[in-house]
Ligand binder design. Structure first.
Ligand SMILES: [Zn+2]
Ligand SMILES: [Zn+2]
Ligand SMILES: [Zn+2]
Length: 176
């Protein structure tokens, strides 16, 4: 928390109004939520990735200090490989929704749907694959390693972190 306050007081940094990401002052487009950092910018939902289940925009959120995405309709959570590798199993995790999510309005055309046979990764739009860990099945992107947690599963993220990281490390060794 002290770290963050320090950043804020520094005129070289700004905070994205839409997702809360801390950015350099000269950045015009937030890399997390793809929204303009201009003071008069209004949100453009088309710039957000789509929920792989609901096919509507998902919002930036945070797990502790890390950027993730969360769907306000199906309550699923997407986490990039980079963030998964940084998360430590010993810390408790809290999902913090962004301002954008709190202002979510269900699109008029929206109807809740069943999970499709395979998911499209919200980060890179490639196919995700169901992967079984000891107690839980999650979807993992075959290309970028991002993980999709169905509603409530993100609460058990600590249980899969160890095996997830092991798997990724093995894969990167194989590629060498
Ligand atoms: Zn942002
Ligand atoms: Zn959804
Ligand atoms: Zn991906």
């Amino acid at each position: 928390m002290i770290e963050r306050n320090k950043k804020l007081q520094d005129s070289k940094h700004q905070q994205c109004r839409f997702c809360g990401e801390y950015l350099d002052a000269n950045v015009g487009l937030c890399p997390v939520c793809k929204q303009s950092t201009a003071l008069d910018a209004v949100v453009d939902l088309r710039r957000l990735p789509n929920c792989p289940v609901c096919k509507i925009p998902i919002y930036p959120a945070r797990i502790n200090t890390h950027s993730v995405y969360h769907c306000e309709e199906c309550e699923g959570t997407a986490i990039s490989k980079e963030v998964m590798m940084k998360l430590q199993p010993i810390e408790s995790k809290k999902l913090i929704r962004s301002q954008l999510a709190k202002e979510h309005i269900r699109p008029p055309y929206f109807e809740p749907r069943d999970k499709p046979p395979f998911l499209i990764c919200p980060y890179c739009r490639k196919k995700m694959k169901e992967t079984k860990f000891t107690n839980m099945i999650v979807d993992i992107c075959e290309k970028c390693g991002a993980v999709w947690f169905d509603a409530g599963k993100e609460k058990h993220i600590n249980e899969i972190l160890g095996s997830y990281k092991m798997k990724r490390l093995k894969e990167s060794e194989r590629r060498r």
